[in-house]
Write a protein that binds this ligand. Sequence first.
Ligand code: ARG
Length: 419
Amino acid sequence: MTPPADHRTARYQADPDQVSRVLLLYSGGLDTSVMLHWIQAQYGAEVSTLTVDLGQPDQDWTAITDKARDMGSAETLVVDAREEFCSEYIAPAIRANALYGGGYPLFTALARPLIAKVAVEAARELGCDTIAHGCTGKGNDQVRIDATIAALAPELKVLAPVREWSMGREEEIAYAREHRIPVSGGTRQAPYSIDDNLWGRSSEGRAIEDLDQPPPADVFRLVTRPEEAPDEPEFLRLGFEAGRPVTLDGDRLDLIDLIDEVSERGRRHGVGIVDHIEDRIVGLKVRDIYEVPAAAIILSAHKDLEKLVSTIHQNNFKAALDDRWAYLCYAGLWLEPLRQDLDAYMVAANEFVTGEITVKLYKGSASVVTRSSPYALYDKTLAGFGESGGEFSQLASPGFIELFSLQTRMAHEVRRRER
Ligand code: ARG
């Protein structure tokens, strides 16, 4: 078979004539399974697969590698990157209160640069010339993966068959049938495009694209519908050290287990459903349904504690940097120096974000109900309503107000006269 025509527009794209050893990012789903066959057939290339464990629930890694091996994969790697994901990606995101568009905790966006990095390491180890992935040409994930690979490994090329082939879902299923690629039971109606890891789960496509309709019930696979959540609230106590969650109800847990446990409790109480209209980096708008129980709880707790220990100036300043951090992460520019500069700021700003927060989970909501910190800038004896004494002098307030409002009063007067 002759390799496909050369349609390259970027130098990191694979040259059809020079694809000989490919590392395929493999999930075991329909797209990447068809790809595993297609790349071997089209390019006569040797293909190895890499599957990265980032805490996707209910995955049978052995079944995935068996399937890849049956389909001719030379090496079938599974890399457990959960620890690195937690400490190098999720923990920084927590310090930065990372939400894109005010609602999306970025679990997919955080995962992609790590997947790309693991892929580069594996490709080099196996002597591959090309990394292949299953991203479409319409999404953000292609940006994140391509940009990271191209930055880390200029010698490697990228192949994204879904961007090039003209197969839709039906054609892919037909291709799979024709070439005896096992198509798992639910695939025929697999109604949504799903991505998940330990920080959250997203669903896109099909019925979710009908903006005038509420999300269909079958979208929700993680979080209980708030209507069906228990009638009794549950309280959960999170301890932070320098902005990193380290204890749950007083027990010290590593971040993977802590996120798992918080997620489990949030799910039961219907916490973390986000129905989100999002601006993709490639210009399209999309509607996503997110199920993010752990992120919803941990991010609100973190932000609350941060406010308690930071000054008014720090608090007013940081939100803008948080937004910028989230944007760079979303946009796939994980390796952008500005993101790393901002990280340094986030670490500094979190030095004293240590303490405990209690969150109440109840029918879809996660609300902070208690907070404590040895570094709280909160003095109950000064805060008391109407009481005098201590270091706060109410008698000094009128002087403060007179000076503080000086320019505002002058400007108001000047404008009043002119109008
Ligand atoms: N909209 C989110 C993002 O761009 C989630 C994308 C989910 N990816 C997927 N392949 N279904 O990060």
